[in-house]
Design a protein around this ligand. Structure first.
Ligand SMILES: [Zn+2]
Length: 304
């Protein structure tokens, strides 16, 4: 088990809801890309193997993780989903999310195959890196299908300045209006493009909306200008928030540093357990540890 500061709360389980274990070529590209803004990653070899990545998560006490691997251009989704399916089949801790590209010709087929035959639990998109708008006409049928199926859809949002792209705030609001029953996980919480104070109203309006605090946790740790706002949000909505590290292309490495920030942000055991594993279980509808019935009364049923 990892070492954590004495006197600090410790979650009963750890699910990392934002991990990118991909082909070695893509992992290498990701680490290289993140190093200038996350110097900790100079300490992770560009030649790191899949086994070594998994060993790191294990050392940090991570019992399960959402894994994301998305295509960069049309036509490569099937090959990527196939690699991902085979990886996840050999790694019981992985909870795999498929992906596709708006430019793919056979999107309906990719979705059907991924969710019905390849054991993917949902889909993940990165509109900035994949180069599309979530309101793109080519995605209309795709989101309709996801809404009908009730599968979770994780979308990168936020850090628009870093990506030198327009903010996704209005597009995300519009997506929610169009698909109000979509099980949407807003990765990075549109930070810092949308003030954290705006989330309670949206979470109340859309009961299937969830927030992934990946990277946001780092920028809003206790003592930062937004630290208190994030703490307030956690106090009231931890049952809609998940923890993630973006490993191996996140902010801090080893990722246990992020676990510690989460523990310092949460005021009590219940909110920490929600953030670190309970909400993640509910998003994918899996009672991973057979413990969802206890706790704060936000049971599995609300995520169905
Ligand atoms: Zn990511």
């Amino acid at each position: 088990m990892p070492n954590h500061a004495p006197g600090q709360l410790s979650p009963r389980h750890r699910v990392d809801a934002h991990v990118h274990i991909m082909t070695q070529r893509r992992v290498r590209g990701g680490i290289k890309w993140v190093r200038p803004v996350a110097p900790d990653y100079y300490n992770l070899s560009l030649d790191v193997t899949t086994e070594e990545l998994l060993a790191h998560l294990r050392e940090e006490g991570v019992e399960a993780f959402f894994n994301f691997f998305y295509p960069l251009k049309p036509g490569e989704s099937e090959e990527i989903n196939k690699w991902h399916q085979e990886f996840a089949a050999a790694c019981p801790q992985a909870i795999p999310f498929a992906s596709l590209h708006p430019g793919d010709e056979n999107k309906a087929e990719i979705i059907k195959k991924a969710l019905e035959r390849q054991q993917f639990v949902g889909f993940k998109f990165h509109p900035y890196i994949q180069g599309f708008s979530i309101l793109d006409d080519r995605m209309t049928r795709v989101f309709e299908e996801f809404q009908e199926r009730g599968c979770p859809v994780v979308i990168h949002t936020g850090f628009s300045e870093f990506y030198r792209q327009p903010s996704m705030v209005e597009d995300t609001r519009q997506l929610l209006r169009r698909y109000p029953r979509l099980h949407l996980v807003v990765s990075h919480m549109l930070y810092p493009d949308l003030p954290l104070e705006c989330w309670p109203a949206l979470l109340d309006e859309y009961p299937h909306l969830y927030l992934d605090a990946t990277n946001t946790l780092y920028y809003c740790q206790p003592g930062t200008p937004d630290g208190e706002s994030l703490q307030k949000l956690i106090v009231a909505y931890s049952f809609r928030l998940v923890f993630g590290s973006d490993f191996p292309m996140g902010t801090l490495y080893p990722t246990g540093k992020l676990h510690d920030i989460a523990a310092r942000l949460c005021p009590d055991q219940d909110s920490l357990d929600n953030l670190m594993w309970r909400t993640a279980c509910r998003i994918v509808g899996k009672d991973l540890f057979g413990e969802l019935d206890g706790g704060e009364g936000h049971g599995l049923t609300t995520a169905q």
